[in-house]
Design a protein around this ligand. Structure first.
Ligand code: UDP
Length: 254
């Protein structure tokens, strides 16, 4: 780690210069914080689990043709990624009401939404990531309408695929946040999935008991945070300690 030049440090990850031009190394920390920074802490082992979970989900998404920045996992906490120009949006998809949607619109948590809803938040910490409409996004040039068409199409595919994948292991995908970047190859530009997909940015509820298996356990002081992240990895079949459950893939649940 020390050998590499650090380019950026965020709340949960650090980006280092990669081994070749156009690549970066993404390092996953154990640090946890809430969106507005009011609560900070450490979730032991979170970085290792998120690195593995995000690798697994990005690879599976790649297999169905969703372009991602992921190249390969390097070690327990690091992965090699393609360098992209991050589009300054947090793209949130919701299948079931929870969190800020429930607070803002008074819809009880756990209410299945009539259809999946996509929301956009402007990635600007000083402004506390305000929600924005496509009008703001195109007017201020954060993305153009062609970019937005790609983002919506990719996001719906990601949602359908991940919803099914998680449901297969007894987990309901309530909502999640993704980010996209522009990947330049010569003069061509493609929008690709970037950042990470992990229990830090998904709401994952046990399908039978509705028990929360994500960062809300930290945000809401519910305890057993590490265990919840581990259980997500275990169900996906990617926790090495799971013994007979090897590293191949998810185990189907009834
Ligand atoms: N989310 C995220 N980063 C953020 C804000 C939200 O990853 O800075 C994720 C969050 O984990 C949840 C979804 O986006 O899965 C929707 O979050 P919401 O708007 O309900 O905000 P919250 O209640 O988490 O503040």
């Amino acid at each position: 780690m020390a050998r590499r030049r650090q380019l950026y440090e965020g709340k949960a990850k650090v980006l280092f210069e990669g081994p070749e031009p156009g690549t970066l190394v993404q390092y996953f920390k154990d640090d946890a914080s809430t969106a507005n920074g009011t609560k900070k802490g450490i979730i032991t082992g979170k970085g290792v689990l998120n690195n593995r979970i995000s690798e697994y989900l990005m690879v599976r998404l790649g297999e169905i043709g969703v372009p991602t920045h992921f190249v390969r996992r390097l070690n327990m906490r690091e992965q090699l990624i393609r360098e992209v120009e991050i589009i300054p949006l947090q793209v949130v998809v919701r299948n079931v009401a929870a969190g800020s949607l429930s607070t803002r619109l008074g819809i009880p948590e756990g209410t299945r939404l009539p259809r999946s809803i996509i929301e956009y938040y402007y990635k600007n910490e000083a402004l506390n990531a305000p929600m924005v409409a496509e009008e703001h996004i195109t007017a201020f040039g954060w993305a153009n309408t062609a970019d937005m068409d790609d983002i919506v199409a990719l996001t719906l595919r990601v949602n359908d695929f991940l919803s099914g994948l998680f449901l297969g292991v007894g987990i309901t995908l309530i909502d999640f946040k993704v980010e996209y970047g522009r990947l330049w190859e010569d003069d061509d530009m493609r929008i690709v999935l970037a950042d990470e997909i992990s229990p830090d940015n998904c709401r994952l509820w046990d399908s039978k008991t509705n028990e929360k298996m994500d960062k809300d356990r930290f945000r809401r002081d519910l305890g057993r945070v590490e265990e919840a992240y581990q259980e997500v990895a275990r169900r996906l079949g990617i926790l090495p300690e799971a013994g007979s459950r090897d590293l191949k893939g998810p185990e189907a649940m009834q």
